[in-house]
Ligand binder design. Structure first.
Ligand code: PBE
Length: 305
């Protein structure tokens, strides 16, 4: 299954508008009041134009979703590229109109607290099982910047903790402000990561991350703690997933807290794993998959057939 090259905001939103305007003759108009709560998987496919709303093409979840279309034999479905922000905008629109939508989703993410959503079952385990988020550092960081290294090595937190920062950002707070507020009110957690580390004086440190909501939260927190508690002058580079990995592998970037393993970023790991140092998980029990609002009458990816 080829990933469609459509521009999500244009094509996707136009699609949603077209759907709401004409009902596409799928029975949607006749179902007024029901809004897709009932209806067969078939009519849901027609209503969403057999489109799965994806995110940035470099994201591991896009590869997994394309694999899912192959493995579940969903040749008539398309995976639409866009961004995390475009995907959540379309989700918001669909939920407000109680229309069906199928997205590539992951946890932790604020969308699960804002909306009533469910993962489609994945009996073939195409989206993997026990995913973790790992912190990666460049080779040599341990010798060059032992304070940053030790802090990054200790850093681990929970999806609930990350969720507090994500939700604050989603509600309009500046990401750095949200990270600061969280760190200042959880000093026991921050202290456990920085205990007995002697601050440096303005040494430069580069982080890389992708503009996924989960990674915006973690990277801003690291930046805040490295600067305010450990004396670093941090640059956080927002890049695509590929450059995020290559930056650390080539040594241009010191660290990233955003490697989803073992499955989501398996291809990047195979290519760059040898050239960098994996500090292990900073969060466990994370998940990716195909996600729909709970009112959509689908249970499993198999139901899309
Ligand atoms: N995500 C969030 C990323 C990793 C973090 C699941 C969108 C991905 O698919 O690569």
């Amino acid at each position: 299954m080829k990933i469609s090259k459509k521009l999500l905001m244009l094509a996707g939103l136009a699609g949603v508008l077209a759907l709401s305007a004409c009902g596409t003759g799928s029975g949607n108009t006749a179902n007024t009041g029901n809004n897709g709560q009932s209806g067969t998987a078939d009519s849901i496919g027609v209503q969403v134009k057999h489109e799965i709303i994806g995110i940035d093409p470099g994201a591991g979840i896009m590869k997994a979703a394309a694999d899912a279309l192959d493995q579940y034999d969903l040749g008539d479905w398309k995976l639409i590229e866009g961004s995390g922000a475009a995907m959540t905008a379309m989700l918001d629109k669909a939920v407000k109109a109680e229309k069906p939508i199928i997205i590539t989703g992951w946890t932790p993410h604020w969308m699960f607290s804002k909306y009533d959503l469910k993962y489609l079952e994945d009996p073939k385990n195409v989206f993997g099982e026990a995913e973790e988020i790992h912190t990666l550092v460049r080779k040599g960081l341990k010798e060059d910047q032992p304070v940053a290294y030790e802090f990054l090595d200790r850093f681990e937190w929970t999806s609930d903790e990350m969720g507090e920062i994500m939700t604050a950002i989603q509600e309009g707070k500046d990401p750095m402000e949200a990270a600061k507020t969280w760190a200042d009110s959880h000093s026991d957690r921050v202290d456990s990561w920085t205990k007995d580390l002697k601050p440096v004086s303005g040494d430069k440190l580069k982080l890389s991350y992708v503009a996924w909501d989960s990674e915006i939260a973690s990277t801003n927190l690291l930046e805040y703690v490295l600067e305010s508690k450990l004396g670093y002058d941090v640059t956080a580079l927002q890049v695509e997933a590929g450059p995020m990995w290559t930056g650390v592998a080539s040594g241009d970037v010191d660290a990233t807290p955003a490697a989803w393993l073992p499955l989501t970023h398996a291809d990047y790991w195979t290519e760059y794993g040898e050239k960098l140092e994996d500090l292990g998980p900073n969060m466990t029990g994370v998940k990716t998959g195909l996600v729909v609002p709970s009112y959509v009458d689908l249970k499993s990816i198999e139901d899309l057939k």
